[in-house]
Design a protein around this ligand. Structure first.
Ligand SMILES: Cc1ncc(COP(=O)(O)O)c(C=O)c1O
Length: 410
């Protein structure tokens, strides 16, 4: 950012994932038949009952400011849903702060917990906004490289390697964006025990928890005993599970004191989340009849994942990818086709959009430019067409690489 601006934004860069979507939209406006597998949002509509609850709230005049921490009806519905998803453990609505999307909850938590000279560990690859948010809090993000042999997840050993006295936080994200990897409960427990021993706060972003291809919802920090949760902030929301990205409703669950502090921070930045959207989200989390729709969407994602994995194994046999167990992303490696003309995944994706009008997100957005993220939150036809184009591009770049090699030898 410009030197004219404040040090607050010295490290700020625009969201790389949104940049890809913007380029795809631009080409589409020009009439190009673009296949966009870049976007990180469900392609399904918001469940009807939920959308109607938003309309009813609007028509009923529930259009005034809402409480900073969120309306009690929504917080109570979230508390009940979290409790049901976590084997009936008690969850108190007073510990919940509703925000403008989960992103704001990550921001609220980081801003309230971390600051100057403190370090925050971020398992990498990671969602593009975490390092930016940590910078905005004037703390220092420290990437902890995930283990390629282990779905790019981190272990206590990896965290220990990066730890020093100035480490104050750790941002966990399971199921993961961009990898689709899911931590087991035993892995979460080991990390929570380590964090407790070290006095490290955990911000646990579980926005994809419901989109899980194993049994039930993905393992959560909420499945751990109370004594491991004192310094854990759980972040989740309506965006992914209920296909409500545009409604902008997220939440954090934290100790009472931290919840109050985050609400106070929010009261001076954005105030409470959109009131009508909160009523819609209360229907989403609260109405038991809406939950089968979440399961139906997850079943669709699972079908698409199986399709993709099947085609990758068959048609791109040398291409390494993370076994996707949750979320709706396939993260695969492209460094096999790197050449002097295509030295990284950013250029790979640029070529892909230029040659095949296929939009994917380069791993640079997540901290490792040897990889590419494909979102399968897209229709079956889009997905089929997308893989066709990708297979063609791999063949093209392989041939180019061989040509360069041959010329060199010659
Ligand atoms: C890991 C992760 N956390 C948070 C968010 C943001 O969620 P929301 O749209 O509710 O702010 C996203 C959205 O892409 C995400 O992938």
């Amino acid at each position: 950012m410009s030197a004219l601006f404040s040090r607050n934004v010295a490290a700020l860069t625009p969201s790389a994932t949104l940049a890809v979507s913007a380029e795809a939209a631009r080409l589409r406006r020009e009439g190009v038949n673009v296949v966009d597998l870049g976007a990180g949002e469900p392609d399904f509509p918001t469940p009807r009952a939920v959308a109607e609850a938003g309309v009813h709230a609007t028509q009923a005049g529930k259009t005034k400011y809402a409480a900073n921490e969120g309306i009690l009806e929504l917080r109570a519905a979230i508390a009940r849903r979290l409790s049901l998803l976590s084997g009936g453990r008690p969850v108190n609505a007073d510990n919940i702060v509703v925000s403008n999307g989960a992103k704001q909850s990550v921001m609220n938590a980081c801003f309230c917990l971390f600051g100057g000279r403190e370090k925050v560990l971020i398992p990498s690859p990671a969602w593009t906004s975490y390092p930016q948010i940590v910078h905005l809090a004037r703390a220092t993000p420290v990437e902890v490289a995930g283990d390629a042999e282990w779905s790019l997840k981190v272990s206590v050993r990896d965290l220990e390697r990066e730890w020093d006295e100035s480490v104050k936080g750790l941002i966990m994200n399971s199921p993961s964006n961009p990898t689709g990897a899911v931590y087991t409960l035993a892995e979460l427990k080991a990390i929570a025990e380590w964090a407790k021993r070290k006095g490290v706060w955990i911000v646990a972003d579980e926005i994809y928890r419901r989109i899980h291809y194993g049994d039930g919802v993905a393992p959560s920090f909420l499945d751990l005993p109370d004594e491991l949760l004192e310094h854990v902030v759980l972040v989740d929301g309506a965006s992914k599970a209920y296909a409500m990205t545009g409604w902008r409703i997220g939440f954090a669950l934290a100790s009472r004191e931290l919840a109050k502090t985050m609400a106070a921070l929010q009261s001076h930045t954005t105030s409470g989340a959109n009131t009508m959207a909160q009523w819609a989200a209360a229907e989403a989390f609260g109405n038991d009849l809406v939950q089968p729709e979440v399961e139906a969407m997850t079943a669709q994602f699972r079908k698409r994942r199986d399709y993709l994995v099947g085609r990758f194994r068959k048609e791109l046999p040398g291409v390494e990818f993370v076994e996707p167990l949750g979320a709706f992303y396939l993260f695969f490696r492209v460094d096999d086709v790197f050449s002097p003309h295509v030295p990284g995944a950013t250029e790979f994706c640029r070529r892909l959009i230029a040659d095949e009008a296929l939009a994917l997100v380069p791993g640079a957005a997540f901290g490792d430019d040897r990889w590419v993220r494909l979102s399968y939150a897209a229709s079956d036809e889009m997905l089929k067409e997308g893989v066709d184009r990708l297979v063609r591009e791999f063949a093209r770049l392989k041939a180019e690489k061989q040509d360069v090699g041959t010329q060199r030898v010659g």
